[in-house]
Ligand binder design. Structure first.
Ligand code: SAM
Ligand code: DTB
Ligand code: SF4
Length: 336
């Protein structure tokens, strides 16, 4: 496809119906495939323009992750080292205490993180566990940090409890395109994810929702994932794009590695289609290296996970990120 054809296809974007309250644009998969097909420089130029129209191009939001309950998960997500059924060497850890969580949040704040994200290896929280998470959210909020939690599927009423505790964001990824979902996860449906996301929206919390690439999917599947995120009404405030971290013992270990420039293209497509979202360069930064990360920032990524660990796998350490930010002239958004 040449650039003219690509640009023609981009015009396929359909404006939202006139009476829709939120100004939003519907993206066809073909239009996003056309973005992917642009010459790399044209795609990055366009993404950078959208980025500058909506954000300070040199500011990056810093979120720190903590695994508050690790391993032993009942689900079968093909990418995940925390599923009980895969032998990955991850050590199970029961739900941490509020004090342990607050201590980690305090350290994250001292290092400059503004958002603290608590992740649990659950299909969904039991009520007695949610009560403890509510206490954690209140305590982390009390430190003056934004709060995020990723706890799996929510039952009716649980989103309201989290909102009342002061939770700012709920992370719940669709992970992959709907028609690829069964190839990656069989213990729940794509619809289950959408149902929890609706509950989070209805409770009035911000939505953090993204996916994983590098799982052997086609470019069309990547374009479909981006379309499904961009066509949510409204689209998520925060969009983590993860590059699969291949963990031995998981079914996706050994999947064909994604060309790093294709990962950059995915970030650019997320930026163009979700102009006001924080697009997070998420898992997989260690494997990308500094040069590719710099291209991701140029493509419109403006958030990272900050701190030496994601949930169970490694992440660049704070010193490396500080050095990278200095080399690129980037600054943390709203430093503490
Ligand atoms: N159990 C909850 C759930 O699945 O929603 C919350 C925690 S789960 C680990 C959060 C997200 O981490 C997943 O949706 C997936 O996008 C991401 N993730 C897990 N393992 C990953 C891996 N090996 N590489 C990249 N992302 C991964
Ligand atoms: C997201 O999209 N990525 C983060 C966070 N949300 C919870 C998790 C990445 C996990 C990578 C594998 C691990 O460390 O266990
Ligand atoms: Fe469990 Fe979440 Fe991992 Fe799936 S991604 S196995 S639900 S911890």
């Amino acid at each position: 496809m040449d650039t003219v054809q690509a640009n023609n296809l981009l015009n396929e974007r359909r404006p939202a119906v006139a009476d829709t309250p939120v100004a939003t644009t519907r993206w066809t998969v073909a239009a996003i495939e056309a973005l992917f097909a642009l010459p790399f420089n044209d795609l990055l130029y366009r993404a950078q323009q959208v980025h500058r129209d909506n954000f300070d191009a040199n500011a990056v939001q810093l979120s720190t992750l903590l695994s508050i309950k690790t391993g032993g998960c009942s689900e079968d997500c093909g990418y995940c080292p925390q599923a009980a059924r895969y032998q990955t060497g991850v050590e199970n850890q029961d739900l941490l205490s509020v004090d342990e969580v607050v201590a980690a949040a305090r350290t994250a704040k001292e290092h400059g993180a503004t958002r603290f994200c608590m992740g649990a290896a659950w299909r969904g929280p039991k009520q007695r566990d949610l009560d403890k998470v509510v206490a954690m959210v209140k305590a982390v909020r009390g430190l003056g940090m934004e709060t995020c939690a990723t706890l799996g599927m929510l039952k009716p009423g649980q989103a309201d409890q989290l909102r009342d505790a002061g939770l700012d964001y709920y992370n719940h990824n669709i992970d992959t395109a709907e028609d690829n979902y069964k190839n990656v996860i069989t213990t729940r449906d794509y619809e289950d994810r959408i149902d929890t996301l609706s509950q989070v929206r209805e409770a009035g919390m911000h939505v953090c929702c993204g996916g994983i690439v590098g799982m052997g999917e086609t470019r069309k599947a990547r374009a479909t994932l981006i379309a499904q995120l961009a066509n949510m009404e409204p689209y998520p405030e925060s969009v983590p794009i993860n590059n699969l971290v291949q963990v031995p013992g998981t079914p996706l270990h050994g999947a064909d590695k994604l060309d790093p420039l294709e990962f950059v293209r995915t970030i650019a497509c997320a930026r163009i289609t979700m102009p006001k979202a924080f697009v997070r360069l998420s898992a997989g930064r260690q494997e990308l290296g500094d040069g590719v990360q710099a291209l991701c920032f140029l493509a419109g990524a403006n958030s990272i996970f900050y701190g030496e660990k994601l949930l169970t796998t490694g992440n660049p350490d704070v010193e490396n990120d500080r050095a990278l930010f200095a080399r690129l002239g980037l600054k943390p958004l709203n430093p503490a």
